[in-house]
Ligand binder design. Structure first.
Ligand SMILES: Cc1cc2nc3c(=O)[nH]c(=O)nc-3n(C[C@H](O)[C@H](O)[C@H](O)COP(=O)(O)O)c2cc1C
Length: 178
């Protein structure tokens, strides 16, 4: 893959489509240094505190929660349609008892600005450093959201990751949506 730096707003529309369809991969490191990808279906790409930002929502029950607490950075990787099964796998098994990258035959892509790596097979990768984390306030929700999204509690922690670098393989982006 010929990867080059891009502006973080490029490909906003297809990235949102992937987020809502098969999901994006948030990749962080565990305490032993093992990279662990987790699928997200919710997240916001925009500007906060005058900085380009990914805000991702992670439930405390996820291994990724432990990883983010200890690493303090993450990548957001955009898997192409051909890897929608990988997104399902990374969204249904835990890094507590799986080496998801190895089991899915994925290639680690070293980051330039943070410790957590990306995934070489993902056409777009954002390198993010956590600049704020905050727990959602259950009492502050519209009750419909609590009913729909939190039947078991496990309320999300929102990690705000300043985007330090975004890279893309423009040829591979053409096949992102299949
Ligand atoms: C399409 C999809 C979207 C998901 N979105 C989220 C999300 O936004 N936040 C979250 O905490 N879990 C989400 N999950 C669940 C986690 O990806 C799943 O529990 C995963 O196995 C956790 O991995 P980990 O324990 O290695 O962190 C999603 C799962 C799928 C399949």
């Amino acid at each position: 893959m010929a990867r080059e730096p891009i502006h973080y707003t490029e490909y906003f529309e297809p990235v949102c489509k992937v987020l809502g369809d098969w999901g994006l991969l948030v990749l962080s490191l565990d305490a032993s240094g093992k990279p662990n990808p987790m699928t997200i279906g919710w997240g916001t790409l925009g500007i906060v505190w005058s900085r380009p930002m990914w805000a991702v929502l992670v439930r405390p029950s996820r291994y990724t929660y432990d990883c983010l607490e200890q690493t303090g950075d993450f990548t957001v990787c955009v898997p192409p349609a051909a890897l929608d099964d990988v997104a399902m796998f990374c969204g249904t098994v835990s890094g507590r008892d799986h080496d998801k990258l190895a089991e899915q035959g994925l290639t680690v892509l070293p980051s330039e600005t943070i410790r957590s790596p990306g995934i070489a097979e993902c056409p777009i990768v954002y390198e993010c450093t956590v600049v704020q984390k905050t727990d959602v306030v259950p009492e502050a929700f519209d009750p419909r959201i609590v009913q729909q999204c939190y039947p078991q509690g496990d309320f999300h922690r929102v990690y705000f990751g300043e985007i330090l670098r975004t890279t893309a393989d423009r040829e591979a982006v053409k096949t992102l949506l299949g």
